[in-house]
Write a new protein. Structure first.
Length: 712
């Protein structure tokens, strides 16, 4: 399709040259009105493109059309020198010869001011002839290009096809582009066949009438060329909806330019709703966020080097560059420092736009709900802009349903040294975790990572505003200052329960790495705590699901792991009970230790490796107490019973896998909801009508008659 873009660009250049010359010619008279016209003749199998630009002399025809990759526009610009008065597009060299992609023969009729009308003609770009032309005269100056189309290129003679191509590539050309097209109008005429009663008005009928008219195609204006101060909000909204085929109102927009060594103009729009394609797939390849123009001619929306990183793929925007170099095909962008400069400026402006949104609480909540996951992907992938993105990332916490890290820091308690987070399947589940008991008692706020992306993003933060960002379930979490009295009690408890910890470790074996007396538990008897580089329960479940989907029975997908730590509450009656059982060598002590461990597994958010054994222990304890528990036949512990802390961290998990899995889970939930709705509807259909139900349950006798017969 690019041939039409190239030829329209050449015609626009010719008009721009004439416009410039008219501005510098004192005898030019009225202001020049450039125009480009297209006419498709299906009978002759030709497509004609005509402009009223400068035209060409014989020498210019030889120079400009006689050699591939020789651009007359480029030489014209060089002759003029740098000036703001001219705005030439076709500096790419090969535009004219793209005509031979669709045409067997190309005829160029051209007339320069004060020069004779000439005909340049070539078949298959092999050789050409130049001769005087006596066809329809060109008034003043201009060029008429006639393409004799190839047999397989007849689709380019269709009005609808031409219109779509012009809309796509040349919508913002400065000069009007007119297409000779059929137009159907309807005339109201007397109906001679209709019967009319005396005194009635004559009856009429509507008769279609087909005419040919010049239809202006490029009615949209290049809004980005105007001063932002002169553009209204309604104009921005209309441009957004028209250019990007959007139905929502933009949440925000940025309109800016860069001048100097690199010159370009750009517009960025943030949608107010999630585009449907992105609701199904966060990074749908079919969604093209940016359109690239070179001097108002659309070039591409596919880039070798992305103008925007994928964490900004939800934005819509365009760039019009004055300096961007193109390769000889004019379709693929060359590697260019210019493109890199443009990309950096676009990211900076996008961040400015998001920061402005964040100042409006209602808008920011809506933005975060729609696109918050993209911001967190940016935190993970864009190290250059990580700090700015961290201020925009939003989370749920124990103190707020909607908070940023700066907001969290502003509410930190005196003496708090770390920012705490905890992953969980839900806010309720995370808030109830036993590992938070000490932090909760001190009034410390904890961020809840309810999505795998939350956890990966937070784990990679390291420091924020001089505070370490720590998983509260890790052994290296700072749980607050301990008084000297508390420290003495801690040491005494460790010494007192030393043998008990050893017993529990021996009973559990490889299920845990170590057993320790806890300083974080105040109400629960036990909890599982991960080593510094361990994985959360949620991430372990995700990894297990990934391994299973790949046919790998290994829970961690083939990665080696180490067991978590079991912490016990030295003041809890259950722990003290186990201490006594172990000291007395009670038969139930080992099963009691297993049960204490399994309670920690469940309450800490992990999955029990052997649910049947757990159920058996609970049942025995409920039925016969310690004796029944001790009488259980000891079985070898299941290999998968231990919640493992794989050596790779959450940050090592492929982000795309996390996003894909989240999409799959969402699809499963939607399917389940649809199935439930269908079943509910089916049940409604199958339920007997109200009248029939009343007949069934209403007795024939008096009120004392039972509705249902008594069972004897």
């Amino acid at each position: 399709d690019i041939f039409l873009r190239e030829l329209i660009s050449n015609a626009s250049d010719a008009c721009d040259k004439k416009r410039f010359l008219s501005l510098t010619d004192d005898n030019a008279g009225a202001a020049f009105g450039g125009k480009i016209r297209l006419y498709a003749d299906k009978e002759k199998n030709t497509l004609t493109i005509e402009d009223n630009g400068v035209g060409m002399t014989k020498k210019e025809l030889q120079t400009n059309l006689g050699r591939i990759a020789q651009s007359g526009t480029k030489k014209f610009t060089e002759a003029l020198g740098s000036t703001d008065e001219t705005n030439l597009i076709g500096q790419f060299g090969v535009g004219f010869y793209s005509a031979f992609l669709v045409a067997d023969k190309v005829t160029v009729v051209s007339k320069a001011a004060g020069e004779p009308q000439l005909r340049w003609e070539s078949e298959e770009a092999s050789k050409y002839t130049i001769s005087p032309d006596d066809s329809e005269p060109i008034e003043g100056s201009g060029t008429r290009l006639v393409l004799s189309m190839k047999e397989d290129a007849d689709k380019y003679l269709d009005d609808f096809t031409i219109r779509d191509m012009l809309k796509k590539y040349s919508e913002f050309i400065s000069f009007p582009i007119e297409l000779w097209t059929e137009k159907t109008e309807y005339d109201t005429l007397p109906d001679p066949d209709a019967e009319v009663a005396e005194g009635e008005e004559p009856k009429t009928k509507t008769v279609p009438r087909t005419t040919n008219v010049w239809e202006t195609i490029n009615t949209a204006k290049p809004l980005w060329m105007r001063n932002p101060k002169e553009v209204s909000e309604d104009e921005y909204e209309e441009f957004y909806k028209t250019t990007f085929r959007a139905y929502d109102k933009p949440e925000a927009y940025e309109h800016f330019s860069l001048e100097g060594q690199v010159e370009f103009r750009a517009m960025l729009f943030c949608p107010s709703t999630v585009p449907w394609e992105l609701s199904q797939d966060m990074f749908n390849d079919k969604v093209k966020p940016m359109k690239l123009f070179v001097k108002r001619v659309f070039i591409s929306e596919n880039f070798e080097e992305e103008l925007l990183p994928r964490w900004l793929s939800f934005l819509k925007g365009m760039v019009d560059s004055e300096d961007l170099p193109l390769n000889v095909s004019r379709e693929l962008l060359q590697k260019s420092k210019v493109l890199s400069i443009i990309a950096k400026r676009l990211i900076r402006k996008a961040l400015d736009m998001f920061k402005a949104i964040s100042k409006d609480e209602e808008k920011f909540k809506r933005f975060s709900q729609n696109f918050g996951r993209y911001i967190k992907v940016g935190v993970i992938e864009d190290q250059n802009n990580k700090d700015a993105l961290l201020e925009l990332a939003t989370f749920t916490s124990s103190g707020s349903d909607f908070t940023t890290l700066p907001g969290y820091v502003s509410r930190m308690k005196d003496g708090q040294k770390q920012i705490y987070y905890l992953s969980g399947a839900s806010k309720e589940a995370a808030a109830a975790s036993p590992v938070l008991e000490s932090l909760r008692s001190q009034g410390y706020e904890v961020i809840f990572a309810l999505d795998q992306i939350d956890e990966i993003a937070l784990q990679g933060v390291g420091k924020f505003m001089d505070y370490d960002v720590i998983d509260a379930s890790k052994e290296n979490a700072d749980l607050g200052e301990r008084s000297e009295e508390e420290k003495e009690k801690d040491e005494a408890a460790k010494e007192e329960l030393s043998d008990t910890c050893k017993f529990i470790k021996e009973a559990l074996g490889s299920k845990v790495d170590k057993v320790e007396v806890s300083t974080r538990l105040t109400a629960s008897p036990s909890a599982l705590v991960q080593p510094q580089w361990g994985m959360s329960p949620q991430m372990q479940r995700f990894m297990k699901a990934q391994a299973a989907s790949q046919g790998n029975d290994d829970m961690m997908g083939g990665m080696g792991g180490m067991a978590a730590n079991l912490e016990i509450n030295p003041a809890h009656p259950v722990v003290l009970k186990l201490k006594g059982l172990a000291a007395d060598a009670s038969p139930s002590a080992k099963q009691f230790a297993e049960l204490l461990y399994e309670v920690a597994v469940v309450s800490s958010g992990y999955e029990i490796g052997d649910p049947a054994a757990f159920a058996k222990r609970i049942t025995a304890l409920m039925a016969g107490g310690e004796d029944a528990l001790g009488a259980l036949t000891e079985e070898a512990p299941a290999e998968a019973a231990a919640p493992e802390a794989a050596v790779p961290t959450a940050a090592d998990v492929a982000l795309d896998e996390v996003l894909d899995e989240a999409a799959k889970e969402a699809a499963k939930e939607e399917a389940a909801e649809a199935a439930a709705a269908a079943m509910e509807k089916k049940l409604e259909v199958e339920v007997a009508p109200k009248e029939e139900l009343e007949e069934i349950i209403t007795p024939d006798d008096d009120e004392d008659t039972p509705i249902m017969p008594e069972v004897m």
